[in-house]
Design a protein around this ligand. Structure first.
Ligand code: ZN
Length: 191
């Protein structure tokens, strides 16, 4: 997964959703919540997923770098790839990706995000639009990827940025799928 910002910085700057709450809201502490978008950079992959990394800053404090509070994985639509539809059947949508740093109220943040998607179809459409534009841009300029990767590696080394999250490689998804099947088998066996 790669951030929208890395591929289409202007779009990310002007169209990243944020929400400011001056008091606690449904279990989420007061703050500005920034819902950054990550998409799959593998153009041969049809996972149709967006990963939303949520950062929280103090409200109206431009100097607060913010902290990562939740990572939400969401299938935007059915895939044309039956493998992904089978995976999706077994998973909640969206789900909280616990491989990443998260706050104690990460689930509440996910529900707040989901409520926005449901209340605002334009936002939901925007994610699909960003996904398409992201893929178009990478197809047009595949060399971007090398530049971005090496830049991110460098920055991760310098510890200026959190390392780039890549939770949804095919290999990892297959691994998870196997773990899940094993778990289901265990459950069946114990009955
Ligand atoms: Zn993918």
């Amino acid at each position: 997964m790669l951030s929208l910002h890395a591929v289409l910085p202007d779009v990310a700057d002007s169209e990243t959703r944020s929400l400011t709450s001056l008091k606690e809201y449904d279990g989420c502490p007061a703050g500005t919540y920034i819902f950054t978008e990550f998409y799959c950079e593998d153009l041969s992959c049809n996972c149709n997923r967006v990963m939303i990394k949520v950062y929280r800053t103090r409200p109206f404090d431009a100097n607060d770098p913010g902290e990562e509070v939740a990572t939400i994985s969401y299938a935007m639509s059915d895939s044309k790839d039956s493998y992904w539809n089978t995976v999706a059947e077994d998973m909640e949508n969206p789900f909280q990706d616990t491989f990443h740093k998260q706050a104690s109220y990460a689930d509440e943040v996910m529900y707040m995000w989901l409520a926005q998607c449901e209340a605002d179809p334009d936002y939901h459409d925007r994610l699909s639009r960003h996904h398409k534009a992201f893929r178009r841009e990478l197809k047009k300029n595949p060399h971007i990827l090398n530049g971005i990767e090496s830049m991110e590696k460098r920055e991760a080394k310098a510890k200026r940025l959190p390392s780039v999250p890549k939770p949804f490689s095919r290999k990892e998804m297959k691994q998870r799928d196997r773990q899940r099947q094993k778990f289901v088998q265990l459950q069946r066996g114990s009955r």
